[in-house]
Ligand binder design. Sequence first.
Ligand SMILES: [Ca+2]
Ligand SMILES: [Ca+2]
Ligand SMILES: [Ca+2]
Ligand SMILES: [Ca+2]
Length: 331
Amino acid sequence: MNSGIRKAGLVALVGVIVAVGGYGFEKQEPQIEDALPITSVSSEDKLYEQSTIAFTSNRDGNAEIYVMNVDGSGQKNLTNNPDHDMDPSWSPDGKNVVFCSKEIKGTCDIYIMNSDGGERRKLTDNPSQDMFPSWSPDGSRIAYSTIVVLPSRRRNWEVCVMSMDGSGQKNLTNNPGLDRVPSWSPDGKKIAFVSGRDGNSEIYVMNADGSNQKRLTNNPADDAYPAWSPDGKKIVFSSSISRQRTTVPKDAVIYVMNADGTETKRLTNNNAGDGLPSWSPNGEKIVFCSDRDGNYEIYVMNSDGSEQKRLTVDPAVDMNPSWSPFLVSEK
Ligand SMILES: [Ca+2]
Ligand SMILES: [Ca+2]
Ligand SMILES: [Ca+2]
Ligand SMILES: [Ca+2]
């Protein structure tokens, strides 16, 4: 690691901590906030006090799962091992995180751990790549993507589902296209996913049992990483026309559309790659990753695209943000 870059990152990180400290001070000395409706203040306060953001970073030498407060403070790692730990997604009660991990000489498998990083349990154990886990809203199942190698040696992605103990693994898509990145609707009845079955990546939706697979986007760009809004009315996703086979292509843009595929609106607009969006539990904000400042960092914006703010400042790759549900403290 270039020590100059590292130092610059640390100095900038200190800046973030100071800014966060300022936020806390302002809250103790309320001024403008006094004039806001009570509901608005309490909604924002709840977001800051009772939710957290998980993400992936390789700042310590290999990919680990991290968590931070929603203002970017308190960044700490939940995993600490030589494997590549990625793609965190929260259980609906916020007590567990499902993620994928690739051993140095192995393939990706799906794991669960407690939200403090304890009790790591392996759910899939096979020679295939299992990635992009998403927990069902009732807590009973986990959808994920797996690579199936066909007799022709062609690789085929499918969206699968399993119980939260890893049993009952079932292929939901059964299609020669590349089906991946499932996201449950908040009512648990549907799963949005990405498929390349019609020539380029589009967002699809299906019933949670795999029936009624339907295309929502239809354009020449690669549309990927759908995430359902907490009220079930919208789906945010990223889109790229460059055909780069990376997680967040340099031209990726974040869009939001109605859950039936109508009224697509652009949320990010710059010369960088913006992708991997995840909604806050109150639906008012979206966390995502972007390389607009030179390397991949985690950003947050209002759900209409306004007020885009950086949360991480580190020369490493910071990606895969996942906003937790509201966490109920047990006292
Ligand atoms: Ca690791
Ligand atoms: Ca497939
Ligand atoms: Ca497309
Ligand atoms: Ca970074």
